[in-house]
Write a protein that binds this ligand. Sequence first.
Ligand code: 6GU
Length: 268
Amino acid sequence: MRIDVVSIFPEYLAALDLSLIGKARQDGLLELTVHNLRDFTTDRHRTVDDTPYGGGAGMVMKPEPWAQALESMQTGRRPVLIVPSPAGAVFTQAMAHELAQEEHLVFACGRYEGIDERVLEWAAESFDVRPLSLGDYVLNGGEVAVLAMVEAVARLLPGVVGNPESLVEESHSDGLLEYPVYTKPSSWRNLDIPDVLLSGNHARIARYRRDEQLRRTATRRPDLLEKLDVQTLTAADHAVLAAQGYAIVDGKVAPVAPSSSVSPSSDA
Ligand code: 6GU
């Protein structure tokens, strides 16, 4: 995969030299280049921003440096142009999987109040333009979002994560949060790991972990439960959900009064 990142703070992206992503680049699995937007300006001051038409606070990124930068990275195919913005659609694990299938991603890091909107219109001719947000909060610029998105995508590329099985059971891959994990010692500062993990009974361990995924998701992310494909839920799952105050209503997981038929268990 090829990734180009355009930013006025290329040093911000230095973290992409490290760890698994740095290794993927060294191994040739990922060809990643960070570009300085100011290298695409033509004036003495290397100006990238100007005041907003219509007034208002802050500055807006000028269109021409962006056009010069993006033109320099056009290829025969249509690359995906990701524009990190709190005004974008929320980036998800499903999108990370989709983007991991692409040949070429370009990330355009905006700063200040954002990039002149015409850049996105103009770019749509040669790029698949996607304004994407990390979530409902505001960052000062796209750089931190790019670090997050590049890491989420690159770790899905074949060969980047050593053990591909570690990608299967993680949070969000099946619409549920991950179960809790423990390591040695089994008793630490008067806190014991759940007995079932020492039982050697793999079916019981799998059931315990699935229960914890359902309980955690019910407590921490009830919004995810309501998006679950109910076809993937077993009778045992229904019982755990009932104890958390959920039932299947009209083919969806929905909150109801807690069931008394199943003894409630402590939450993760
Ligand atoms: Cl992608 N960019 C900025 N500037 N702020 C954000 C964001 C992105 N996602 C959440 N907040």
